[in-house]
Ligand binder design. Structure first.
Ligand code: HEC
Ligand code: HEC
Ligand code: HEC
Ligand code: HEC
Ligand code: HEC
Ligand code: HEC
Length: 358
């Protein structure tokens, strides 16, 4: 394992010198991830698998191969300390899977006589539980398949969503194709979005630099989650549907609990509550029009967060500053930095009107 990491680090270093290109929107060099004889300079490339491993990978597990470069650099998708996560780019960090409790609702921090949590929601329920032995995480302890669909939790990894052999889609996400060596078939196209090099290599998500979601995300999540977006056939929250004039107006005026009509359309965009629109870019700041869409990532992040159900904010707290208080987990920053700020559902629904401010 150590050898592999060293090899990968050397490789990353070499790559860093050549303007960071590895996948280069296509198939990267095969040797970055595969070993033909599991042998180099007379030593095993993957010492954990003396007889080799199924896909001739440099590490037996596909996610571990990706994490050898992406855990603490090149996107830093899996930090080591869930209380001090790396910069946020868009997807959220798998470090939160390591938390023992992220329940900040009422009683979320209660303990039993022996000191153990009474109502713990473990970090695994705050994210996609990828199987990555190198980071000490495995299949989700509760869910055996994707809610709404059939994708098996026992097989979830980076290459369930990202094409290891590269493509020109946003973040190399799969389109309508067979995934993981034929394990499963996606029927919906990859989402369209913009997240340029300045976001990937820069300081992280802000109100002026963020993923510019353009279309197709709800259908894409639906590849595994079925009709979780189809509120024509089910009484569930719309996703992948137009938000309409009155909600667009709410969004554009809303500038936090303290200023529910204090905003203007030109600067109304809130990275914490994004919507899809063909006009969105990585630097756009305009709020939605009636034709913009509410979608899965309006409320969720794609990898993991320190809130249950991968919430972009904690759905279980009344005031955002209460996040982290009960459980001692990471407090998701409040974009409005106000002691009065309530749930970000209000960006579209303004139900904090007439609520008592504290
Ligand atoms: C970024 C890492 C990565 C790179 C680079 C890469 N592969 Fe793979 N490859 C994988 C992973 C991971 C799998 C296992 C199947 C999966 O999880 O999708 C795989 C599986 C395969 C398979 C068998 C199953 C399948 O999906 O067809 C073949 C053949 C293959 N790779 C060939 C190649 C060749 C040839 C190259 C270079 C042109 C290459 N790979 C580059 C990661 C990579
Ligand atoms: C040898 C190091 C290395 C390995 C292994 C590796 N990557 Fe990468 N990855 C990079 C580098 C360097 C970049 C940035 C430049 C680029 O896109 O080529 C990158 C970029 C990415 C991006 C962002 C691409 C974009 O255009 O926005 C994604 C997504 C990604 N990798 C996923 C994966 C997945 C999934 C795996 C495992 C199957 C993997 N990587 C394995 C080095 C690596
Ligand atoms: C490759 C299939 C796949 C895709 C694509 C996918 N998911 Fe999932 N998702 C799963 C599986 C499997 C589970 C159950 C195991 C787990 O929670 O890790 C899950 C669980 C979840 C959960 C519950 C997490 C928990 O532990 O309670 C949420 C929320 C979720 N997905 C949202 C999304 C969103 C939003 C998207 C699109 C950005 C998406 N998923 C795309 C497979 C997928
Ligand atoms: C359930 C699907 C899913 C899984 C599993 C998944 N990703 Fe992602 N990933 C996404 C989506 C969707 C985005 C774009 C998120 C956005 O911009 O809102 C993304 C973004 C990224 C990025 C860009 C940086 C960022 O944080 O936005 C990198 C790098 C990346 N993924 C690597 C990985 C690696 C490595 C793994 C495995 C350890 C992995 N992903 C597992 C769906 C997934
Ligand atoms: C308006 C905000 C919102 C949107 C949009 C949204 N979700 Fe959710 N999601 C939630 C909340 C809140 C929960 C917590 C459980 C609940 O309220 O049903 C949740 C829970 C989940 C779960 C966990 C279910 C379980 O049984 O544990 C999954 C999976 C999920 N969402 C996937 C999706 C997908 C896929 C989409 C897009 C098609 C989506 N969500 C769109 C707010 C949203
Ligand atoms: C990006 C905007 C947006 C966000 C954020 C949002 N919603 Fe919605 N919501 C909508 C739209 C659009 C509808 C459909 C409205 C309609 O048909 O009149 C809707 C409908 C609803 C309805 C049904 C109302 C009715 O009249 O039947 C409820 C309840 C609801 N949302 C709750 C929530 C909650 C709770 C959250 C936060 C977890 C949330 N919404 C976040 C846009 C949003």
């Amino acid at each position: 394992m150590r050898k592999v990491l060293l090899l990968a680090m050397v490789l990353c270093f070499v790559l860093a010198g050549t303007s960071f290109a590895f996948h280069d929107a296509g198939v990267a060099d095969c040797a970055g991830c595969h070993t033909m004889h599991n042998s180099q300079d007379g030593t095993l490339v993957d010492p954990d698998s003396p007889d080799g491993n199924p896909w001739l990978l440099v590490d037996a597990n596909p996610s571990d191969v990706c994490l050898s470069c992406h855990a603490s650099r090149l996107g830093e998708v899996f930090g080591t300390d869930p209380l001090a996560p790396p910069r946020l780019i868009g997807a959220g960090n798998f470090a939160f899977l390591l938390e023992d409790n992220i329940n900040d609702g009422h009683g979320g921090g209660d303990t039993l006589a022996d000191g153990s949590w009474e109502n713990a929601i473990p970090g695994a329920q705050g994210g996609h539980s990828i199987i990555a032995p190198s980071m000490g995480v495995g299949a989700d302890p509760v869910l055996t398949a994707a809610p709404g669909g059939t994708f098996p939790a026992s097989q979830l990894g980076c290459s369930s969503c990202h094409d290891p052999h590269g493509n020109t889609n946003f973040r190399m996400l799969y389109g309508a194709t067979s995934v993981q060596d034929g394990l499963y078939t996606f029927t919906n196209a990859a989402p369209t979005a913009e997240g340029g090099p300045s976001l990937f290599f820069g300081g992280g998500e802000s109100q002026t630099l963020h993923t510019g979601y353009q279309g197709g995300m709800s259908a894409w999540c639906g590849n595994c989650h079925g009709d979780f977006h189809n509120n024509n056939t089910k009484l569930i929250h719309p996703s992948g549907s137009t938000i309409g004039g009155s909600i667009a107006t709410n969004y554009n005026l809303y500038n936090g609990t303290d200023a529910i009509t204090g905003g203007v359309a030109a600067s109304a965009y809130l990275a914490e509550v994004p919507f899809e629109d063909a006009a969105n870019t990585a630097t756009s700041t305009a709020g939605p029009t009636a034709a913009s869409q509410v979608m899965c990532l309006t409320c969720h992040r794609a990898h993991a967060t320190s809130a249950p159900d991968m919430g972009r904010w904690d759905f279980g707290v009344t005031l955002l500053h209460e996040d982290g208080d009960e459980s001692g987990s990471y407090e998701i920053p409040d974009p409005y930095s106000s002691i009065n700020q309530r749930s970000l559902c209000n960006k579209c629904h303004v139900k904090d009107v007439n609520d008592h401010l504290e």
